[in-house]
Design a protein around this ligand. Structure first.
Ligand code: OGA
Ligand code: NI
Length: 342
């Protein structure tokens, strides 16, 4: 990423402000059991007001996180040719990748993606008439040799936390704790190791351009560098999420927005880079099975019209995976495309 390719340059209105606003407001929720009576109402408020919150005392062993962070550091430090041995391509969307586009502008980052369940099945193509399915297979690099094991162990911890959070979100919407669980059989969860190298043009480029996460929930580990910005709902201002040691940042994705019929919204976010320090982050994307038709839950639309038409998660996911790969003439698939007419 030495010379600066114009593909990285954001349009003027999307460039980051170098004067950062650091939020006090993004809620920090203590998940220890001593505090359990408050969890549901805290999650309801945070999901409504911010779409984002941080959790501490979440039960994920810090050792497991430290190991995956160390292994990620070793992997990204390898020569490019070594990393490219596990390059993602049009057929296999998993592995290493350094040229992702968000909203058609190149992100200043490199990533390594892997799926959590074996097997993970998704449609072969975005075409709604093509019923063919495929099994995704992880590509593990030779170095560092422990990468696979630490990733698999970390993934199990993330799944446990994801179900805990899913239950709390369900309760916070007035539903039974396990209301959503059925949708996560055959789940298409995946984990991304992100590396944001120092950037000579941090005022013109972004680590990840503004976007919403398409799945149900995201659980993000960020290091102490900082750079994640969340669009504040009250005024549209970009707010920096201050790194809290050992915490996870949780955000509600598009699917929970649809299930809850817009009670909770999936909020736009982006990543700023800087010219001095590299940054690492590890999001876990909690996604339902490919067969799931996503639509507002009946219990939550009583007396109201559902705000979305049902869409198939597998096709949505396949369309995203397909299109982040190349520059498009049209906007990428969004839940707004399934808005019910008034
Ligand atoms: C993402 C994302 C944030 C970060 O990968 O979807 O929003 O801080 N990442 O890396
Ligand atoms: Ni995101």
């Amino acid at each position: 990423m030495g010379e600066v390719d114009p593909a990285f340059i954001q349009d003027a209105q999307h460039r980051p402000k170098l004067a950062v606003i650091e939020a006090e407001g993004i809620p920090l929720i203590d998940l220890s059991s001593a505090n359990a009576s408050n969890h549901v109402s805290q999650i309801a408020d945070a999901s409504k007001n911010w779409g984002f919150f941080q959790v501490i005392n979440h039960g994920v062993p810090s050792e497991s996180r430290r190991k995956i962070e160390d292994a990620a550091g070793k992997f990204f430090a390898l020569p490019l040719e070594e990393k490219r041995k596990v390059n993602r391509d049009e057929v296999n969307p998993l592995g290493y990748y350094d040229s992702e586009l968000t909203k058609n502008v190149r992100d200043w980052k490199e990533v390594f993606d892997f799926v959590v369940s074996t097997p993970t099945v998704i449609p072969v193509s975005p075409d709604p008439d093509d019923k063919e399915l495929k099994e995704l297979t992880n590509q593990w690099p030779q170095y560092p040799p422990e990468l696979r094991e630490v990733c698999e162990e970390y993934a199990r911890e993330m799944e446990k936390l994801a179900f805990k959070l899913l239950g709390l979100i369900s309760l916070s919407l007035g539903l039974p704790e396990n209301r959503f669980n059925l949708f996560f059989e055959e789940s298409t969860n995946f984990i991304r190791l992100n590396h944001y190298p120092p950037c000579p043009i941090p005022h013109l480029a972004l680590g990840v351009g503004r976007h919403k996460d398409g799945g149900a929930l995201t659980i993000l580990a960020q290091d102490d560098v900082g750079g994640l910005e969340v669009k504040r709902k009250t005024d549209g201002e970009w707010i920096r999420v201050k790194p809290t040691p050992d915490a996870y940042i949780i955000n509600v994705g598009d699917i929970i927005q649809v299930w809850s019929n817009d009670t909770y919204e999936s909020v736009e976010h982006r990543v700023m880079v800087n010219s001095e320090r590299e940054r690492f982050s590890i999001p876990f994307f909690f996604n339902p099975g490919h067969r799931v038709w996503v639509q507002p839950l009946e219990e939550l639309t009583k007396g109201e019209k559902p705000k979305y038409r049902a869409y198939n998660w597998g096709k949505f996911f396949a369309t995203r995976k397909h299109s982040n790969f190349k520059k498009l003439d049209v906007e990428n698939i969004q839940i707004s495309h399934f808005k019910a007419s008034e």
